[in-house]
Design a protein. Structure first.
Length: 202
């Protein structure tokens, strides 16, 4: 059983969690299967994607019979930061809304919910998330310089039963899979988000 939320309630909860900018809301609400975000640093996209991953877990929107939200970051430290965002958002949402689910268990890099979904935040490894199915979020993907092709291959298996695929990164020159997808892939919804879009101080 998932939580049913309309657009207005989602934005209200995002604001409650400090995810307040309209471009963050657009990314959270976008239901495209493939999204790529070419962004500046410090504008809150990793925060927005963490909120989105939690939202899709607690509403049961990943897959009909459970599924995972899998966030893969450039480093273990960044992965730890994202799961802390998620835990903080959960506490704020739980205080605001009567939730028809609970956290069954949680540990380093993962949270398991009573509706059958998992949320994982993993560091960049070629094997990251291979045994799971659901949504995939690649954070700072342009900087996965050693194994970006292997990560793309791994995500095809994770997405084989459905789910959304979101790539977000600051650019890292005309190289690698991030640049190739940004320049050449036609099936992706594309966002270019410069630092000037953010009304908050970086």
């Amino acid at each position: 059983m998932g939580l049913i939320l309309n657009k207005e309630k989602i934005i209200q909860l995002a604001n409650k969690c400090g995810v307040t900018d309209s471009y963050q809301h657009e990314v959270i609400l976008n239901d495209s299967e493939d999204i790529i975000i070419n962004k500046a640093r410090g504008i809150g996209i990793s925060t927005a994607l963490s909120f989105r991953a939690l939202l899709r877990s607690i509403t049961g929107l990943i897959l009909k019979n459970g599924g995972e939200s899998i966030m893969i970051s450039q480093s273990e430290e960044q992965a730890d930061h994202l799961i802390l965002y998620v835990q903080s958002f959960w506490e704020k949402i739980e205080a605001e809304v009567k939730l028809p689910l609970k956290i069954l268990n949680a540990g380093k890099g993962y949270i398991r919910f009573s509706n059958g979904t998992f949320l994982l935040s993993l560091p960049n490894k070629s094997s990251a998330g291979r045994t799971y199915h659901g949504d995939v979020y690649l954070d700072e993907f342009a900087h996965f310089t050693a194994n970006d092709r292997e990560i793309i291959t791994a995500t095809s298996g994770i997405l084989s039963l459905g789910g959304t695929f979101i790539i977000a990164s600051t650019p890292y020159g005309e190289r690698g899979e991030f640049w190739r997808i940004w320049e050449k892939a036609k099936e992706y919804k594309k966002y270019r988000l410069p630092y000037t879009i953010c009304r908050r101080e970086n």
